[in-house]
Design a protein around this ligand. Sequence first.
Ligand code: N9Y
Ligand code: NI
Length: 187
Amino acid sequence: MITMKDIIKEGHPTLRLTAEELPIPVSPEVKQLGKDMLTFLINSQDPELAEKYQLRAGVGLAAPQVNQSIRMIAVHIPGIEEGIDEPILSTVMINPKIVSHSVQNACLAEGEGCLSVDRDVPGYVPRHSRVTVTYYDLEGNKHKKRLKNYPAIVVQHEIDHINGIMFYDHINEESPYYLEEGMDVIS
Ligand SMILES: O=CN(O)C[C@@H](CC1CCCC1)C(=O)N1NCCC[C@H]1C(=O)Nc1ccccn1
Ligand code: NI
């Protein structure tokens, strides 16, 4: 199982590579890694397992974060209401691609963090407010999903990782909380 020791930290060169496209259908090893990445996220959001294995709760994970420079991400976004078991989005995306996006940008009111970054980096992280993403699932089926708000932010954070981009690359250095015209602030 994936635990925090498997997650590489900023400064590790793999985090700055552009990851390789995967041939479809994926190999059994890649399939297993995808399942392990999703399981990590689910475990990390379970208070008992997170405590037992000292996991930092996460909603997304990209293969480069476990030192695999391939274009595969996992997201597990819990339902907002307490106790609603159905997650908003729980899947592994292979060769995810943003095929279209809104002109409007959005950012999380709290800023962003990263399981590969052991420090707080304050500031708004401007992203597309809405995205249309195509990807393959672990069975080799092609999907197209339109995402907005928090799920759109999460998927963009993960796709950044397979392109060697860290969230703080987007923060305005002079004015970290600069709000461009029409920015949607998501809380
Ligand atoms: O690349 C992937 N990562 O670096 C894991 C990140 C991904 C998110 C950061 C902003 C958008 C995607 C992650 O999940 N976090 N960032 C660091 C610590 C907190 C944690 C988090 O937001 N946890 C969470 C949130 C809601 C419910 C449960 N847990
Ligand atoms: Ni991250």
